[in-house]
Design a binder for this molecule. Structure first.
Ligand code: HEC
Ligand code: HEC
Length: 481
């Protein structure tokens, strides 16, 4: 990392010194004394400037390459409470009594098992938000008609093509998601998940194995052959408010749709409808960034996963099963919850791993540091310096991860950069080993990196070229988040 900067610094000095002093064609030795003096002054100035830049690059650049202490992943919202408390309990900087109470009040609507009196069903995938976002963390790959409270994964279905507004075309008689559970206990709409194994090798000869999901549908669903299917695992709901508090301008400024800087990475902004206002706004939630806000994402979950109508998603305005207050309570619960602190930031392997992460170019998408908006609705979340490790942009991740599912701005090969805060913390939240990527195909963080392709192909290749020691350092760093 230091060497190219050294050459860059030398180049800067050379270019500055070589550049013609003033409009050189007309300047001769006969030039008046004043101009000679000016020319000399300019040259000296440039030389001083050149060397200043060079020296600055020497003293400043290497410190940039050095690992940062990322302990406070969520700025002032970072929590060191043990286990799930770190992400369920109100963040430490929320000190106002009423606001603390409002966050606490959202726990029940999120974790409570709903029934018919709450408007649940008749069909549903799971009876509670927490049944999928287990302990507010990532869910298991449960897709089982035998599970009492439901499945923890979502099977999205649509007809090919999109409507003129970019929304999907539902499958007749099924909708946009397979609701595999029913209040009557009818399990005829079950989906079976199995795995296909794939193998590969690192450059040093170490073999690895990956798996890819395969779904089979019960015939009762009668899905047309042209149906587009996308399997999604339940992501952790960590730092939702802070992701919402990153301004649209910040997200847009990081985008590079035509790859004008030529680094092979072209993040695109997802533009999606805000259902409350009808405006097109920046999408940030969901694996394809199809929802713009925590409120809308929560309302979509109520409607699509549980068939509970609400002020944002309903069939008839006269039949709303969850009130505006109740919906907002869910959103406040998620927005004001803590973000787990990173651990072991002084550990030498973790420090080295952060440098490997930077060196491989992972930060081109997994943005290390962002400052939230100064005008966001929740005062506790304003002006926070955070380390979410996402640019919230859509990236082509290659054919290996492609699901052919397009929706609004997102194409069939595109995914929103997954935030990496809370990545290693996931292991503390459940007994079973956590799974990764949009469909839970990765059984380890290592497998998740190996699946990267498309715009991330160079970073993936860099990873497979690492020595076993460097690989371990990178994984130690990611596990510390
Ligand atoms: C059946 C499982 C399931 C249930 C029930 C469920 N979710 Fe989700 N949740 C998901 C999946 C899958 C996604 C990713 C969706 C996508 O890719 O579009 C998600 C995404 C989210 C996100 C955005 C996370 C991110 O990083 O973008 C939030 C917030 C959220 N859910 C909140 C809720 C709330 C609130 C409820 C209850 C009202 C709920 N969910 C119920 C499965 C579930
Ligand atoms: C071109 C952008 C891009 C680059 C470069 C990139 N990633 Fe990713 N990363 C993504 C996207 C998009 C996802 C989500 C993919 C999915 O869910 O299918 C992701 C997912 C992940 C995940 C899984 C997260 C989870 O919660 O499931 C890990 C771990 C990860 N990346 C690590 C890395 C590392 C380490 C590097 C560098 C070697 C890297 N990424 C480079 C875009 C990128």
């Amino acid at each position: 990392m230091v060497l190219p900067r050294y050459f860059l610094a030398i180049k800067v000095v050379r270019v500055l010194l070589r550049a013609p002093a003033v409009d050189s064609g007309s300047m001769t030795s006969k030039a008046p004394f004043k101009i000679v003096l000016l020319r000399c002054g300019l040259r000296c100035g440039r030389m001083v400037l050149g060397w200043t830049i060079a020296l600055a690059s020497f003293s400043f650049m290497p410190t940039c390459a050095q690992a940062e202490d990322l302990t406070a992943l969520g700025g002032d919202l970072s929590s060191d409470l043990p286990g799930r408390n770190a992400i369920q309990v109100v963040a430490p900087n929320v000190t106002d009594g009423d606001r603390r109470a409002a966050q606490i009040a959202g726990f029940s609507p999120f974790h409570r098992i709903r029934d018919r009196s709450d408007g649940l069903g008749p069909r549903f995938i799971n009876k509670s938000c927490g049944g999928c976002h287990v302990n507010n963390g990532r869910g298991p790959t449960t897709l089982s008609s035998a599970a009492t409270n439901g499945s923890a994964m979502v099977v999205k279905v649509k007809r090919p093509g999109l409507r003129s507004d970019g929304s999907i075309r539902e499958v007749r008689g099924v909708g946009s998601q397979v609701l595999d559970h029913n209040l009557r206990g009818d399990r005829s709409r079950s989906v079976k998940l199995s795995w296909r194994s794939i193998s590969g090798t690192y450059r040093d000869g170490t073999p690895y194995r990956l798996r890819r999901p395969k779904l089979s549908f019960s015939s009762a669903l009668r899905l047309p052959a042209s149906t587009v299917v996308s399997l999604r695992m339940s992501p952790a709901v960590i730092g939702m408010g802070l992701l919402e508090a990153i301004s649209d301008e910040t997200v847009i400024a990081a985008s590079d749709p035509y790859d004008s800087n030529g680094d092979g990475i072209s993040g695109r902004v997802a533009m999606v409808p805000d259902r409350a206002t009808g405006d097109r706004v920046v999408g940030r939630f969901g694996f394809k960034a199809t929802e713009p806000s925590v409120v809308q994402q929560s309302a979509a979950a109520l409607y699509h996963d549980m068939q509970i109508t609400n002020p944002l998603f309903f069939n008839s305005p006269s039949r709303i099963e969850v009130s505006q207050e109740s919906l907002h309570s869910l959103a406040i619960y998620l927005r004001l919850a803590g973000v787990p602190k990173a651990r072991d930031q002084q550990n030498t392997s973790v420090v080295a791993g952060q440098e490997v992460f930077t060196g491989l170019g992972c930060e081109a998408c997994h943005t290390k540091t962002v400052t939230t908006s100064a005008t966001y609705q929740d005062p506790e979340l304003r002006n926070q310096t955070i380390h979410p490790f996402t640019d919230l942009l859509l990236h082509d991740m290659g054919s290996g991860l492609a699901d052919g599912w397009s929706e609004f701005s997102a194409g069939g090969r595109e995914w929103r950069t997954a935030p990496l805060w809370g990545l290693g913390f996931a292991a503390q939240l459940s007994e079973r080993s956590p799974v990764y990527l949009h469909d839970g195909r990765a059984r380890s963080i290592e497998e998740a990196i190996l699946w990267h392709g498309g715009e991330a192909a160079a970073a993936q290749r860099g990873f497979t070229d690492l020595s076993a020691v460097e690989r371990q350092q990178l994984l130690d760093f990611l596990a510390s988040l």
